[in-house]
Design a protein around this ligand. Structure first.
Ligand code: GCO
Ligand code: MG
Length: 402
């Protein structure tokens, strides 16, 4: 089974997506997600100019060898552009292998370890009252785990506070917008938000929160301590993720469970965090880790140390990335939870998929391969539109992690 064609499809059904479609000489094709929010065309160019010529003629069945060839062969390994491109190739090859053998990819990964995949949704509001009401709406839809983010008095455009009810999309068309930030103001509201949420909904629902890499270790420790009685499922990205050592300090101060890793690309980015058991959940998804092959290396390492997965699943990860994540989620022993931000109807129409939501769980379905397709005619109706994530500044104008 030789690769005869590899095509990069860029489309924007509500937001930008980059998809790689690989076709073999026996007519089987597979797809992979290569979307990197705000830097999409860098990955598209990396694929078209540097990867596609290497794929033509290769054995589509040799997934691990292709992974090693592209990872080590480049010499310049890791980094989000390289690894998003490698992720797309790898997903497409697993899709092809599943289709060629007539089985869903989770069967190739050892078969299901669970009946379905626990997911968390995103509730947010301009203030505590609105956010509490939004959590209630997710519970009414059947969710058992909800992430809660609230607006902060005195700050405009806070991370995680959306413009629509179900769809949170931080990237905006045109050049980047700028937000203003104060960690001190943020810390004034978050403990109270979770106190009110527990008072309103009790302890039977899992509650999560994302700090989005904005706190110092000491600020995060303070917050982690204040949240202990609210028993969060996790506090995510408390500190800038580049600093693995920050987690030693944080961990020694709080028993609030910790998650990190959506911006990591390999096991090397989290080896200290995992081996020292400084985190509870690793969030690096197949779309960033070099596909299913890459994420298996991280998940396997994490399993050894009792760290569970909680893959990133924001709207900038296309339904192709979601389908790939769900295949892994269903199969691995140390699955924890899967983030699930719903895509818009236009996106779902361009990427028809087999995965289904019921009572707070997703199931990847039993179709052969990943269980997702791209409707290329529909995709062609939505050309790329330049869009960026916002840039963040402190109240005095200093650039701060967004
Ligand atoms: C999350 C993430 C996202 C990111 C987004 C950037 O936890 O879902 O933090 O909301 O901000 O994926 O492109
Ligand atoms: Mg996050």
């Amino acid at each position: 089974m030789r690769i005869t064609e590899a095509e990069v499809i860029v489309c924007s059904p509500g937001r930008n997506f980059v998809t790689l479609k690989i076709t073999t000489d026996d007519g089987v094709s597979g797809i992979g997600d290569a979307t990197l929010n705000g830097r999409e065309l860098a990955v598209a160019g990396y694929l078209t100019e540097h990867i596609v010529p290497l794929l033509i003629g290769r054995d589509a069945a040799a997934i691990e060898d292709t992974w090693q060839y592209l990872y080590h062969g480049a010499y310049w390994r890791r980094g989000p552009v390289t690894m998003s491109a490698l992720s797309a190739v790898d997903m497409a090859l697993w899709d092809i292998k599943g289709k060629a053998l007539g089985v869903p990819v989770h069967q190739l990964l050892g078969g299901p370890s669970r009946e379905a995949v626990l997911v968390y949704g995103h509730a947010n509001g301009a203030d505590i009252e609105e956010t509490v009401a939004a959590v209630g709406r997710y519970l009414a839809m059947g969710y058992r785990a909800v992430r809660a983010q609230t607006g902060v008095p005195g700050l405009r455009g806070v991370y995680g506070v959306g413009r629509g009810e179900l769809y949170y999309e931080p990237a905006e068309k045109g050049l980047p917008s700028e937000e203003r930030w104060s960690t001190e103001k943020y810390l004034n509201v978050v403990p109270e938000l979770f106190r009110v949420l527990r008072e309103t909904y009790g302890h039977d629902v899992h509650l999560l929160h994302d700090g989005h890499h904005r706190m110092t270790p000491i600020q995060a420790a303070w917050l982690g301590q204040r949240l202990e009685d609210s028993r969060l499922f996790w506090l995510e990205d408390a500190t800038p993720a580049e600093h693995q050592q920050s987690f030693r300090q944080l961990r020694s101060h709080t028993t609030t469970p910790l998650a990190v890793g959506e911006i990591f690309n390999s096991v090397h980015d989290c080896s200290t965090l995992i081996a020292e058991q400084l985190i509870d959940y690793i969030r690096t998804p197949p779309a960033r880790a070099g596909g299913i092959t890459g994420v298996r290396k991280i998940a396997g390492f994490a399993e050894v140390y009792g760290v569970r997965t909680g893959f990133h699943g924001a709207t900038d990860l296309s339904p192709v990335a979601m389908a790939a994540a769900l295949q892994v989620d269903l199969a691995i022993p140390n699955f924890g939870i899967q983030e699930y931000m719903r895509h818009t109807a236009e996106t779902d129409a361009v990427f028809p998929h087999e995965y289904t939501f019921a009572e707070g769980f997703l199931h990847p379905g039993t179709a052969a391969g990943l269980g997702v397709e791209i409707d290329e005619e529909a995709a062609a109706r939505y050309p790329y539109e330049r869009a960026y994530l916002p840039v963040n500044r402190l109240e005095d104008g200093t650039v701060h992690p967004w």
